[in-house]
Design a protein around this ligand. Structure first.
Ligand code: SAM
Length: 273
């Protein structure tokens, strides 16, 4: 058997393991909302302390991370029906496997992440064809806009599990910089409320990532549209709105209700105009 790969990543970068292990565990469940064999294949190649990673990762933690991917997949598929030759940019892609679940055979895919995370991605998950481009840059290095190029066939940007790690001023600067430059593009990302930060931060710390702090909490999407006349809300999706018949524990079901009651996690979908 090949030697497993030991990770050497920056503080926020190593958090890429959390959504990965969640997709792996969800896939192993009897009734998964996400069936992600590519993540299982990737995960097997890594040397990780699984016990530590799963410490405090309750069923709701796994479900929450997979619900995010499930709703993003749904949005990407709908976008590609309308814009079959469009572009999808995944910011903070980590070891995300969306391409393998949603590709339509025509779209152009871009994954952007910090150089160390991108080096790992290149090693484990090299671009499968010339429709997939990797960009090793910070999202705050706006030269990525030139790397994406023409967006007349449509651009959907996804940012799963990234923005809450930054201060609100940084997130605001990001949006007000890119919105006027990418008119017509759509953008989707997950957010956490201040109350949600308390629970999710505890889970991240329990997984051993003591220096990765969540900083930005938000409840109302109108805060973001108020930052710029170029930002228009399409929809806010509350976790967990879908009435899927989940085979989950009673305690998880109760936790899902509380999460929804206080809007602890949501997905926001905006358009730039
Ligand atoms: C929690 S992980 C999410 C990974 C992936 N989106 C997923 O859902 O599987 C956070 C990701 O954000 C990336 N990241 C951190 N700072 C970044 C920055 N300034 N620009 C782009 N990506 C960044 C990390 O490298 C990491 O891959």
């Amino acid at each position: 058997m090949n030697k497993k790969i030991k990770l050497q990543l920056g503080t926020v970068q190593e958090t890429l393991l959390l959504p990965l292990i969640a997709r792996v565990k969800e896939t192993e469940f009897k009734h998964p909302i996400l069936n992600d064999t590519k993540s299982v294949e990737l995960y097997k190649q890594l040397e990780v302390n699984e016990k530590k990673l799963l410490r405090n990762m309750t069923e709701i933690g796994i479900y929450g991370l997979c619900y995010r991917a499930y709703k993003m997949d749904e949005t990407i598929r709908a976008f590609l029906v309308k814009n079959p030759n469009g572009k999808i940019l995944d910011i903070g892609s980590g070891l995300d496997t969306t391409y393998y679940r949603c590709d339509n055979g025509k779209a152009l895919w871009y994954d952007l992440d910090m150089p160390d995370s991108m080096a790992l991605r290149k090693q484990l998950l090299p671009p499968p064809n010339n429709r997939v481009t990797y960009i090793a840059k910070s999202m705050f290095d706006y030269s990525w806009i030139d790397d994406i190029g023409d967006i007349s066939n449509g651009l959907l940007i996804t940012i799963p599990g990234v923005l809450p790690y930054f201060k609100e001023a940084d997130v605001q600067a990001f949006f007000t910089t890119i919105a006027p430059k990418l008119k017509g593009a759509e953008i989707m990302f997950d957010v956490i409320s201040q109350m949600g930060i308390f629970f999710v931060d505890a889970r991240i710390k329990a997984a051993g990532m003591k220096n990765a702090h969540l900083k930005w909490g938000i409840l109302d999407p109108k805060t973001i549209s108020s930052w710029s006349k170029h930002i228009e809300l399409i929809r806010a999706i509350k976790f967990f709105d879908d009435k899927q018949k989940l085979k989950i524990r009673f305690t998880t079901r109760a936790a899902l209700r509380i999460n929804k009651l206080f809007d602890m996690s949501q997905l926001f979908h905006f358009r730039f105009k």
